[in-house]
Design a protein around this ligand. Structure first.
Ligand SMILES: CC(C)(COP(=O)(O)OP(=O)(O)OC[C@H]1O[C@@H](n2cnc3c(N)ncnc32)[C@H](O)[C@@H]1OP(=O)(O)O)[C@@H](O)C(=O)NCCC(=O)NCCS
Length: 170
């Protein structure tokens, strides 16, 4: 799977992306909504889990490269299967390196991922599970045409985190 947008390439991650992933996942500012920076072990588990998703589901979070600098991951974006309370949904996820925020890359990559889910998975809806403190992420969801559908709590890293469920229908 490879998707091109005007400025970006979405492609499968590989183990070689670990150092670039670390730049996102070990950054305490980028990882605020995840209750802080990941340890080295958590970063490796994240990558391994994502590679497993490609095998098991045929999709996952993809590496996002700049089209004019291919092979250098500046972010991650894609579709994963997620649970929201008792429901299983397809979620668009997006995490970018702080040096590449505020340029519209997350919205561009997430729009392509949303469209991929509608086109290739025949999804009726695409969701975004967003912690209620994560305003930048909510703004991406709004730019994707999403609206708030529900509220729920996620327990993650020992913390109860209120979340909003955003979604857009095909
Ligand atoms: C969530 C996250 C990806 C959002 O990043 P972002 O930079 O705010 O979003 P975008 O890449 O869509 O950029 C939008 C901004 O670029 C600006 N922009 C500049 N050039 C642009 C262009 N050519 N096209 C579109 N927007 C552009 C927009 O005006 C907007 O500005 P603002 O940040 O002042 O509102 C980022 O905050 C992040 O990686 N956070 C950490 C991980 C995380 O929490 N992920 C979400 C979990 S639910």
């Amino acid at each position: 799977m490879q998707v091109r947008t005007e400025r970006l390439i979405l492609r499968p991650m590989t183990p070689d992306d670990l150092p670039a992933l670390r730049r996102i996942l070990a950054d305490p500012v980028a990882m605020e909504a995840y209750e802080g920076a990941f340890t080295e072990a958590e970063t490796r588990q994240w990558l391994e889990r994502n590679l497993r998703r490609y095998e098991e589901d045929g999709f996952g979070l993809w590496a996002v490269d700049l089209a004019d600098d291919p092979g250098v991951l500046i972010g991650q974006c894609g579709i994963t299967r997620q649970r929201i309370e008792d429901d299983e949904v397809l979620e668009v996820g997006y995490l970018f390196r702080r040096s590449h925020w505020h340029r519209g890359y997350a919205t561009e990559a997430a729009s392509a991922s949303r469209d991929w889910a509608f086109r290739e998975r025949d999804a009726a809806s695409v969701w975004a599970k967003i912690r209620d403190t994560n305003i930048a992420s909510m703004n991406v969801a709004i730019r994707l045409g999403m609206t708030v559908r529900r509220r729920f709590t996620v327990r993650y890293r020992g913390v109860d985190m209120p979340h909003l469920g955003f979604a857009v229908d095909r």
